[in-house]
Design a protein around this ligand. Structure first.
Ligand SMILES: [Zn+2]
Length: 85
């Protein structure tokens, strides 16, 4: 059975996207387009980069939500304080 995770994509030194079988991770490969040599590092793959971006985006979302919640709480507190005084 072939799944998407059997391959990952890395950029060669000349920015060609090369599809690499997962079994060749960590091996030195030759780019089919420019014959440039590079190490097929799964951590440098397009997929890993996208995952990092998604995680960073999610973190920023939580920071924004937390900041908004804090502002609402502070605003409500100020409103209550204004009502009581
Ligand atoms: Zn290349």
């Amino acid at each position: 059975m072939t799944t998407a995770s059997d391959f990952f994509q890395v950029s060669c030194p000349n920015d060609h996207l090369v599809r690499v079988p997962a079994g060749l991770a960590g091996e030195e490969l030759v780019c089919p387009q420019c014959s440039g040599r590079f190490i097929a590092n799964a951590a440098d793959s397009v997929e890993a980069g996208e995952e990092r971006l998604e995680r960073a985006a999610r973190q920023w979302l939580w920071v924004a939500v937390a900041a908004a919640a804090l502002l609402v709480t502070a605003g409500f507190g100020a409103f209550l304080a204004g009502m009581l005084s």
